[in-house]
Design a protein around this ligand. Structure first.
Ligand code: 26V
Length: 822
């Protein structure tokens, strides 16, 4: 009977139009007479949303009845970008929508671009989570994402007079992709005290009481798989003052401000995404965010498990919880608390369930990003959790002491508690001890963590606990959606779009390296993508760039370790070199456009100085009549997911030039190569595996190796440090005021000249400049360049996030797909 009544989704153009118009006229209460692009977007989004909900309900029902293990992906960041385009492609109805919107008088691209990016993340870590959601749904894994519903995502960046200005990103005005679940609310406790008590059986129980309660309200976001009916759920928690807590007494007795103040304090928890990436500052509000989200998610997961009526011993056969970095580590402690304090399990049994359930992925070795929380802070906010951490630590240390009695220093080194002033809780150690697997995100990185931060833990647990899962990207968004023409060309050669779900199929492209028509089309697509980016640059900066020039792109968060400073110093060197050239020499040069983009953390002065230097150099170079098209320097403001979709397909070469050993993986390197761009990079992160896959002759590698970094740094401090002579000339030019007031750049210059050059800019400078000369040379032979690009794309199959998710599912989570019936 239900079946008869259940709603069916639209499939034809006319049905899509009917649904869109109905939503505009009724859901939005707007007349078609003043229907603008925003209204058309809203109507189309609601029409697609209806379709997703239908499949989403079925998927959830199927998963509930399937009685098999599910995976929960806990991430403080989900950098989703726009949803409509993705939904259209994943359900296979973009052409229908295009035709329908055309009937209604709109271009689909204009409609799609009305949508506000969902920017609940900083950079690579958050975007990885979004790619994983896409892959988990596409591969039919019963999987949920859990995150925070920030009212403000990552700030919007404006460039004003060559400086970054941050503007709040309020994105929830109209968000058709979320469903508030006011019925799914969890009480979250903070502060208070702990006491022990004997129950009826004389057993000692621990009670955490007092303090304050904040409500966690669930908001659900449907995640459609590509070419499958599976539509998974991303549950985001929003904070709200608890009804019980919101003090009506105060309210009525005239303490209006006090009562509203409590409410605001509660809502502050999910108000804003912390905009640092790779810098941990130990703020109480951040810890509150973490516990709020972990506790709500765990409550939800446990509630779902309890409905199955299975014994606790079966918990880790039904539930896998993946920790995206250490941010959700408190979930481990919360789980132990639930099992011991609330469910009454004994400690050892509970702890073995916890270890069987959790796994932890590490995403950085940068010491300043490793999370540590001060013991007094935690004592105050989460007194019971701190007790549990101490107990976990004490049992762990007893084991270590027994097993390695000779190494007296080991206990101090591996203790979860760092004996500093104040004492600190080392979250990476806690995550490692509480998990059954720990992984890095690219081979080099996974090797490095085993010899650095987790060295002792490899000794203690053996090497099998530590593994590698090299990152990947979703080919749906990063090829099919961002570069539809290239996707279509590939499909025409491979006989369909199967490569989108089995990316290794791209290898067949190598058969077409002699196909002149194919290569011509390929080149035309790249050119069209460059024209589109050139137009965006013209519209947003006013600078005209020649789309025939070599587009050299570095877009990512601004950080000293990523070395945008090396790039811009190299650009200045190029400028000085061109200035010194004769007209004949200049004729031989390939014109270049150096494109930068990315946000600096608001408090990161050095990163902001780098942005200012890029803009100042652009000001001079772009207005130098003597240079013309030979060099242009562009800063693209507000780099985000939807900008990346325009930028990535337009590169000839992109820069992935971190100091060796510092970039855990990088994922934009994969996106650029998959879109037919070459890369210049260091032997770092996934660059190494990209080289292995595509071949050394198809990548421009340069610079010192990770294994040499330590010695070089030592030499900087204790030996005599010789600045590279070409780099010195660049600094002389900056100091002469050629790019504006030199004082503004002195800290940046001095970090290299005087303060140890920690990121090895000078050591790598010569190699970098020389390698760019090789790029220039290679670009002159357009035929050979094109072959490198096509060959590289053909060999990128490994970097699909589908492969990556399959590795997690098989090696770490032990979960099986649950394909829809039919
Ligand atoms: C740390 C912190 C510290 C406190 C403030 C907010 C915040 C936000 C994020 C982080 C984690 C930084 C780690 C990170 O983003 N790692 C990146 O992960 C990518 C996906 O694995 C990888 O491709 C990048 O190489 C790596 O830098």
């Amino acid at each position: 009977a239900w079946k008869k009544h259940s709603v069916q989704g639209f499939t034809t153009k006319d049905q899509f139009e009917d649904e869109t118009v109905r939503h505009i006229e009724t859901t939005l209460a707007r007349s078609l007479f003043n229907c603008d692009e925003l209204a058309a977007y809203s109507g189309a989004a609601l029409a697609f949303r209806d379709r997703l909900i239908i499949e989403w309900n079925k998927t959830q029902q199927r998963q509930t009845f399937a009685d098999q293990k599910r995976v929960y992906y806990l991430s403080l960041e989900f950098l989703m970008g726009r949803a409509l385009d993705n939904a259209m492609l994943n359900v296979g109805l973009k052409d229908v929508a295009r035709a329908g919107l055309k009937d209604l008088g709109f271009r689909i691209e204009d409609v799609i671009s009305q949508e506000h990016d969902a920017a609940l993340g900083n950079g690579g870590l958050g975007r990885l989570a979004a790619c994983f959601l896409d892959s988990m749904a596409t591969l039919n894994y019963p999987a949920w994402g859990y995150g925070l519903r920030y009212r403000y995502g990552i700030f919007k960046q404006e460039i004003v007079d060559g400086y970054q200005v941050e503007v709040p990103d309020y994105w929830l005005d109209f968000n058709p992709w979320e469903f508030p679940r006011h019925d799914i609310t969890v009480d979250i406790q903070f502060y208070g005290y702990v006491r022990k008590e004997k129950d009826e059986d004389g057993k000692t129980v621990t009670i955490w009481e007092g303090g304050e309660i904040v409500d966690a309200v669930a908001y659900d976001v449907p995640i459609p798989g590509y070419g499958t009916a599976t539509t998974n759920n991303l549950r985001l928690w929003s904070s709200k003052a608890s009804k019980g807590e919101f003090d009506f007494q105060k309210f009525n007795s005239g303490e209006y401000e006090g009562s509203v103040g409590d409410q605001q304090r509660a809502e502050t928890i999910s108000a804003v995404l912390y905009p640092n990436d790779n810098l941990e500052r130990g703020k109480e509000l951040r810890l509150k965010q973490q516990y709020f989200w972990c506790a709500a998610s765990l409550f939800d997961i446990v509630r779902r498990f309890k409905k199955t009526k299975k014994p606790w011993s079966k918990f880790s056969d039904m539930v896998a919880i993946q920790l995206n970095d250490t941010h959700p580590t408190l979930a481990i402690v919360e789980m132990q608390r639930i099992l011991v304090d609330i469910e009454g399990l004994d400690w050892a049994e509970a702890w073995s369930i916890v270890q069987g359930t959790f796994s932890y992925a590490n995403h950085t070795v940068m010491p300043e990003a490793l999370e540590k929380w001060s013991v007094p802070l935690m004592q105050n906010l989460l007194p019971r959790h701190l007790q549990i951490i101490y107990e976990v630590n004490s049992q762990f240390l007893q084991y270590v002491e027994k097993t390695f009695p000779k190494d007296r220093d080991m206990l101090r080194r591996v203790s979860i508690i760092e004996e500093s002033q104040p004492k600190m809780v080392r979250m990476a150690y806690l995550a490692t001890i509480g998990s059954h697997k720990v992984n890095g995100v690219a081979e080099l990185h996974s090797d490095l963590i085993k010899t650095t931060i987790f060295k002792d833990f490899v000794t203690i647990y053996g090497p099998d606990k530590f593994t590698n899962v090299t990152n990947g990207i979703t080919p749906r968004r990063w090829l099919h959606q961002a570069n539809p023409k290239l996707s279509e060309l590939i499909a025409s050669k491979l006989g369909g779009y199967d490569f989108l779900t089995d990316l290794t199929k791209l290898n067949k492209l190598e058969h077409f390296l002699d196909d002149a028509d194919f290569k011509k089309e390929w080149q035309e697509i790249k050119y069209a993508n460059k024209v589109r980016l050139a137009q965006h640059i013209k519209d947003t900066t006013g600078v005209s760039v020649n789309p025939k020039a070599l587009f050299d792109i570095q877009v990512k968060r601004i950080h000293e370790y990523k070395r945008q400073q090396l790039n811009i110093l190299g650009v200045i060197h190029r400028y000085l070199t061109i200035k010194a050239m004769s007209p004949e020499e200049r004729k031989k040069l390939a014109p270049r456009v150096s494109i930068f983009g990315g946000k600096a953390a608001p408090g990161y002065w050095m990163a902001k100085t780098v942005i200012h230097l890029v803009c100042s150099v652009g000001e001079v170079v772009n207005n130098d009549k003597d240079i013309g098209d030979l060099l242009k320097v562009i800063y693209i403001e507000d780099y985000n997911v939807s900008k990346a979709e325009i930028i990535t397909p337009a590169s000839d070469i992109s820069e992935h030039i971190s100091t060796a050993g510092t970039e855990a993986s990088g994922t934009s390197n994969m996106k650029f190569v998959l879109n037919g761009g070459l890369i210049i990079g260091t032997c770092d992160g996934a660059n190494i595996e990209i080289t292995r896959e595509i071949g050394e002759s198809n990548i421009f590698l340069f610079g010192n190796l990770a294994e040499d970094v330590e010695d070089l740094r030592h030499a900087h401090t204790y030996g005599d440090f010789q600045l590279d002579p070409d780099l010195n000339k660049v600094f002389e030019a900056i100091k002469s005021g050629r790019f504006g007031d030199a004082g503004r750049f002195s800290a940046l210059c001095n970090s290299i000249i005087e303060h140890g050059d920690y990121y090895l800019v000078s050591d790598d400078f010569n190699s970098y400049v020389k390698t760019h000369e090789l790029v220039d040379e290679a670009y002159k032979d357009q035929e050979a360049w094109l072959e490198k690009c096509i060959t590289s794309v053909a060999r990128m199959g490994f970097f699909s996030s589908d492969r990556c998710i399959q590795e997690y599912a098989e090696m770490i989570w032990n979960v099986e797909p649950l394909p829809p019936k039919e």
